[in-house]
Structures are given as structure tokens and as C-alpha cells.
Design a protein around this ligand. Sequence first.
Ligand code: FAD
Length: 351
Amino acid sequence: MMTATADVLVLGLGPAGASAAAAAARRGCRVLALDRRREAGVPLQCAEFVPAMIGVPLGTLPGAVRQKIGAMATFVEQGAPDLDPRFSGYMLDRPVFDAALVARARQAGADCRFGRAARSLSRSGLVALSDGSEVRARVVIGADGPRSTAGRAIGSVNGALVETRQITVALAAPHAATDIFLSARIPGGYGWLFPRGEFANLGAGVHARARRELKRIVAALHARLVAEGRVGRGIVAATGGAIPADGMVRPRGELGRTLVLLAGDAAGLANPVTGAGIAAAVQSGGLAGEAAARCAAGDRAAAAAYEEELEEIFRPALEHALGRRKELEAAAPAGETALRRGWIAYREYWQ
Ligand SMILES: Cc1cc2nc3c(=O)[nH]c(=O)nc-3n(C[C@H](O)[C@H](O)[C@H](O)COP(=O)(O)OP(=O)(O)OC[C@H]3O[C@@H](n4cnc5c(N)ncnc54)[C@H](O)[C@@H]3O)c2cc1C
């Protein structure tokens, strides 16, 4: 059996993995990065909104931005929207964005390959791939999403997951806000309409117990927006996926002499209220890549330092969001006061 070797093996080439691979390769490591998908960012499993600052200059990634967003418009039940310009940002073309991050990793010298899945990690840190081959690395970075194989191997498993469904529909008129729909009928989550030029991503996320209701919830939101003349009846595409909603897991472990670091969704860094995880994936991926390079050079304490960095940067906001999320779930069916307290656009959320 073939056993390949690398200083750093990155599992997953989403925003976290591509950022990690680039950072480690820039520091002179031999980096192998694998993704089970055939192509970066495909299929799309994202509503594609990011705030302006996400740790990578978007202007340097050609074609990655579809349009600007000037505000968030929050609808509580059937009420008029509350507009908030603090939540401005950009709508990405996520496959283009992901592919551009992979191109940067390759430019830095990382060997990035698609169509290669990690099946398991042994107790000694040997990584078995689905094609029967194996990889041995000094450091494994688990950037393999909410149901991370690397995370499972070190006992760091995301708890609650939010389940989502999203359709793409035609927009009747250009729109420059992200619309958020809060309702007792969308338990443990919210609905969204995010514009992308002539089209929009229309979806909803709910806690896992309500996932069977998702199709009906998204259909009802779609019907409401069709009746309001805002979107077309036709569905151009449909997708979905899970989002970690339980906060950060321990982002490091050891399997024999192999150090394992987790980044992005694998580390539980998506916000438990908003589900936003792209910026955290880019930032934590970069930090994981830097830490992995130090570990591979013999400084094993860099793994603990990485955990401390993540604790400092992400833990406070994640814990706050988790608290609000739990309150909202306990209030089910949630009234309007509880819905406002559970959403980032309202003062009550931050108090
Ligand atoms: C419907 C939906 C809408 C969302 N909308 C937004 C949004 O608008 N804004 C926002 O900021 N966030 C959003 N998110 C969350 C965001 O998509 C994630 O937080 C982000 O993609 C995390 O990046 P990542 O690199 O950690 O993981 P991912 O992007 O999930 O990448 C993980 C990669 O690992 C690969 N992989 C998994 N297992 C293996 C394996 N065993 N071997 C090899 N490869 C493997 C996968 O193929 C994948 O490419 C949304 C999520 C969903 C589901």
C-alpha cells in the first residue's frame, strides 16, 4: 500500500482549508491538501453573504464578489422591516471565491487535490483515504466541515447542528439588503433572502429536530415573497447543508506523534445564531496553517498557542450567541420580544 508523506496534511479545501494550506506552504512546509469534492465550492451550500472585513482582501480575488450589500432588513413575523446599515458587506460567488483561495494556496506551493476523501485517522495519526492509499504527516489540519472526520478522531465533535434548505429564485427588482425573517414558525433559526444580481438565495435554517418542516417553511416564505411581487415563482436551484450551532470545540489533539488542529466549521466556529462561518473559517484557517508550520518545525507548543488564540478571538462572541440561541429555544413558540432578543440587529441581543 502507498503511504505518502507531508509536513502538513490539510483535510478539506473550503475557506478554512485553503487558507490553512496557503499559510503553511508560505512558511516553507511541504503541504498536501485534499478535498472529497470534484471542484472547489461545488455544489454551492451557502447563502454567500460576508461582512466587509473577512481577513482576505476580496478585491484580489477576481470575480469573487457578485454585489454590495448596504444594510440588513429584519422582518419580525409579518411586520415592516427594521433596516440596519451596520451589517453591510458583500455577496460572494462562493464557488469562484473558494477556487480563488485554492489558487492562492497552490501559488504558495501547496499540493491541492480534489476527488480525494479522508476515510479515517488511526490512533497513530495515519490518514486512510477512500482510494485505499494512506498519508502520514507531522500535522493534520481538519478543515473538513461540520461533520469533521479529523474532529471525530480526536473526540472534538460538533454538538447541535442547524439544518438548512435554500432555493435560488429570480428577483423582481435589484435589491441591496440582506432580508432576515424571524418567526415562531421557523424554530431555532430564521429565513433569509440574500440578493445576488438578478437572482436571490432564499432559505431557512432550523434546529435539527424541525428539519422535516424545512421544505414547507421555505415554500411558505417563497409563496409570501411571490405574493408580494418580489421574486419569481420558478426555482433555479436548490441546496442545503448543516451548520455548527453549539459553539467552539477543542481545536487540537494528538494521535501518536501526529498533531491535529481543527479550523473553521470543524472547530465549531460558525455563529450559533446567524450561521455565518466564512470569515471565521478564513481567519482560523490562516492561524492553523501558521501554527502547523511551527509545530512541523518542532515547536509542539504552537498547538496549545493556537487553541489559546481561537479562545481569545472567537469564544466570547460564540458563547454570547449560544446563550441567546438557548433562550430562544426555551421560549418556543417564540413571541416577538424573544425573537428580537435572539437576533443580532436588535439592541436587546447585545444587552
Ligand atoms: C445553506 C447555508 C448557508 C450559509 N450561508 C452563509 C453565509 O451567508 N455567510 C457565511 O459566512 N456563512 C454561511 N454559511 C456557513 C459557511 O458556509 C461555513 O461556515 C463555511 O463554509 C465554513 O468553511 P470551512 O472551510 O470550515 O468548511 P466548508 O466550507 O464546509 O469546507 C469543508 C470542505 O471539506 C471537505 N470535506 C469534508 N469531509 C471531507 C473528507 N472526509 N475528506 C476530504 N474532504 C472533506 C468538503 O468537501 C468541503 O469542501 C452557510 C452554510 C449553509 C449550509
